[in-house]
Design a protein around this ligand. Structure first.
Ligand code: C5P
Length: 410
């Protein structure tokens, strides 16, 4: 039985040509054992009739905010209660704009605002609409709000143009959902439910950085490192599990967004610094796990550099130290730093803790953590040194947060 089996979802369909693919999607989900309730916008019904979804799901399709047949008339609240997630596919430019604004003037919009479960959207639109600054802004807002995006992908479009904007194929949507749910299940499975110390972070705003940064040299090359992001993602997932509102500022990784976590995607150290500094004031706990590049290239070439026979000399400038900047704020959150060292762990980690002026620093050996699924940490704080023994990253993350919660007096 697959990870989707037994899940209850609302499938929202909005008005784009790809709406016909939503019928195939509904069929695949039903076949995977999902209980699917379909909600359609007015324009979606111009592309596909509700009767198609009704025949597929065997259930009434919901289209109206003012549906008299829903017992207490609270369809926008009732429909998503008890659901594992809401999936909107296709999600049009207009729906994305309305969602980013928090509009609730139709059933699907209201339901998305009133939901208490994760939301996935599969955008589908013309390539120019996808690239429009307003859409870029709206998508960024949604990512910041914790909405998970599936696609879009590149390819030929219904309008005859070619570019990014096509809705992912229904099979790819199902595969992405399965991968994300499997990752969450793996986190729960590898995290002992009862005997591990449970960190109490309920009500706190937690900000985590994770992954590498990528510093461009020219339009195709750059400086980066081998960080996989797994430790930072495990910490974000564990903080969410401990009741916190979690924002994850992530460099380029191939990892799925942990359930319930708001992810902001960045590429360079400067972008990561901007994203963190914009949120540091409203953060209670900041955990800097990212392997941030120390330097960036001063003059990024606007074309691919050619081999000339004379090796080029790259002038590097230092990147902002994000952790030290947050720790130096007048009303700084509780700050936790990481140190990945290749040798002399203790001396380097203690020096780093003093230099960055953070109450807690978690140190690990780079060769024993980068890219791996397990890790061991040595924690340095005012009280001294504490070991977290080697285990899967989710288990280590939980133990780290238990220590942090104790230090924060929770
Ligand atoms: O100085 P170093 O890179 O070894 O310090 C590691 C710690 O500082 C990590 O917590 C890392 O996320 C953070 N850091 C940062 N900004 C930088 C460099 C490191 O936040 N520019």
């Amino acid at each position: 039985m697959g990870v989707l089996s037994g899940k209850r979802i609302v499938l929202g369909v909005t008005g784009g040509v790809a709406a016909y693919k939503a019928a195939v999607l509904a069929r695949l989900l039903l076949r995977a054992g999902v209980d699917v309730t379909v909600v359609m916008t007015a324009s979606a019904q111009r592309f596909v009739a509700p009767a198609s979804f009704q025949a597929l799901t065997g259930k009434r399709v919901h289209v109206d905010l003012w549906d008299a047949q829903i017992d207490d008339g609270m369809g926008h609240i009732e429909l998503s209660r008890g659901c594992d997630f809401v999936l909107v596919a296709p999600a049009t430019t207009d729906f994305i704009a309305r969602l980013a604004q928090g509009r609730a003037d139709d059933l699907l919009g209201a339901l998305c605002i009133a939901r208490d479960c994760p939301l996935w959207i599969a955008p589908a639109m013309n390539r120019q609409m996808w690239l429009h600054p307003a859409t870029v802004r709206n998508v960024q807002t949604l990512r910041g709000d914790g909405v998970n995006l599936l696609g879009p992908e590149a390819g030929p479009q219904a309008c005859g143009e070619v570019g990014v904007g096509r809705m992912l194929e229904p099979e790819a949507i199902v595969a992405a959902l399965e991968a994300s749910l499997a990752a969450s299940d793996e986190h729960r499975r590898t995290t002992p439910p009862t005997d591990a110390p449970v960190a109490r972070l309920a009500g706190l705003d937690v900000l985590v950085t994770a992954g590498p940064t990528f510093e461009p040299i020219d339009t195709v090359r750059g400086l980066t490192n081998r960080s996989s992001g797994k430790m930072g993602y495990a910490i974000a997932a564990a903080a969410r599990e401990a009741g916190a509102r979690v924002t994850l500022v992530s460099g380029p990784t191939a990892l799925a967004i942990p359930e319930g976590v708001a992810r902001i995607d960045v590429t360079t150290a400067c972008e990561m610094a901007d994203a963190v500094m914009a949120r540091a004031g409203s953060t209670d706990l900041f955990i800097a796990v990212a392997a941030v590049a120390d330097y960036r290239v001063l003059q990024v070439a606007q074309h691919k550099l050619k081999k000339t026979g004379v090796p080029p000399v790259l002038e590097l400038v230092e990147n902002p130290d994000i952790l030290a900047s947050v720790a130096a704020l007048p009303d700084a959150p509780f700050c936790v730093g990481f140190a990945a060292e290749t040798e002399d762990l203790r001396a380097n980690a203690q020096a780093k803790r003093r230099r960055k002026k953070v109450p807690l620093l978690a140190a690990n050996l780079a060769q024993e953590t980068f890219g791996r699924d397990d890790n061991a940490l040595t924690l340095f704080d005012d009280a001294g040194e504490h070991s977290i023994q080697r285990d899967s990253k989710p288990v280590v993350a939980r133990a780290l947060l238990a220590h942090v919660a104790r230090m924060m007096g929770r």
